[in-house]
Design a protein around this ligand. Structure first.
Ligand code: PLP
Length: 315
């Protein structure tokens, strides 16, 4: 290994080797069945590989537009509309990303600023907290209640305050497999109503649901209007390696891995500009603070001051 003259200080020194790396290596070393990491031990449909091969031979292997191939985004929009009844705008609300981890990081980087708080549910998928802390945010934890790993909404309510910028919802949940119910979605809508909180939905396991029904945030118009929803081609078609960094879809001539619905491509722009804020309206700010029981603040001292921009759009 080359020795480098450059001192490399980790931004997140407490983040060690991921649990997936540790457990997968242990499983390989011991010849054990690997239940720790979310990949299957069977092949994907061969027609998928044929289609990818054909697309590459047809020359569809150069840069895709930043947001993903238009035909692919159209396909995603149609699929989400058919499944969840929510019609997203193909050009501004759907983005194809290189993996859900990139989608998660991009969404957090776009919305969370230094000092902002993000509520996460424990046990928590391992990439959320490093992403939050990398951008200067603070993770605030609410434990899913044993034995069914259901959210404790009274506790979540007690955590919401003027600094809360985002709540991350992972349903179906990794690792507990629990699902948010219709009632959970209603409570979440109630708790975030009239606030400036963004909901980030990690729904990569939406199609791996053996009991009950997956409640996508996209099904709930009030929540969808403040949510970014992450889905996964890799998980759905069990091709977590082959496609992990690709953007080509065999059907549309490009093969996507994961996609993000909500503000889609807008989030890239907003990451470098002013964020939308319904809380720019002082009456809304005051109402939001009253709802979460926070002390009143003058408009100039509000952390939200200066965030005035376009209002949050509904999807
Ligand atoms: C809940 C959850 N979100 C996101 C991801 C990341 O997906 P990707 O490998 O596409 O980055 C995983 C992968 O295991 C996951 O379990």
């Amino acid at each position: 290994m080359l020795s480098s003259p450059v001192a490399i200080d980790s931004k997140l020194p407490w983040v060690g080797t991921t649990i997936f790396t540790v457990m997968s290596k242990l499983a390989t070393d011991c010849g054990a069945i690997n239940l720790s990491q979310g990949f299957p031990d069977f092949q994907a449909d061969p027609s998928l590989f044929d289609a990818v091969h054909r697309a590459m031979l047809a020359g569809r292997n150069q840069y895709a537009p930043m947001a993903g191939m238009p035909e692919l985004r159209q396909g995603i929009a149609d699929k989400v509309a058919a499944l969840y009844g929510m019609r997203y705008d193909v050009d501004s609300e759907i983005t194809v990303t290189a993996g859900a981890t990139q989608a998660i990081f991009t969404a957090i980087a776009a919305f969370v600023r230094p000092g902002d708080e993000v509520i996460v549910f424990e046990p928590v998928y391992d990439s959320y907290v490093p992403a939050i802390e990398t951008v200067g945010g603070k993770a605030v934890y609410s434990r899913l209640l044993f034995p069914d790993y259901q959210p404790d909404w009274d506790h979540v309510k007690s955590l919401i305050g003027p600094r809360t910028r985002m709540i991350i919802v992972n349903t179906p949940n990794n690792p507990s497999c629990s699902l948010f119910s219709v009632e959970d979605m209603s409570v979440l809508a109630e708790l975030t109503r009239d606030s400036d909180i963004v909901v980030l939905g990690d729904e990569v396991y939406e199609h791996i649901c053996y009991e009950g029904e997956h409640q996508s945030l996209c099904r709930h118009p009030e929540l969808a209007a403040r949510s970014l929803v992450i889905s996964s081609f890799g998980k759905t078609y069990h091709i977590t390696r082959e496609c992990a960094r690709s953007d080509m879809h065999p059907i549309n001539g490009s093969l996507w891995t994961h996609y993000l619905c909500g503000w889609g491509f807008e989030i890239y722009k907003r990451a470098f500009g002013r964020l939308p804020s319904r809380a720019a309206d002082p009456r809304r700010r005051a109402a939001a603070r009253r709802r979460v029981g926070a002390k009143p603040k003058g408009p100039t001292s509000s952390r939200l001051a200066g965030r005035a921009g376009r209002p949050m759009r509904s999807c």
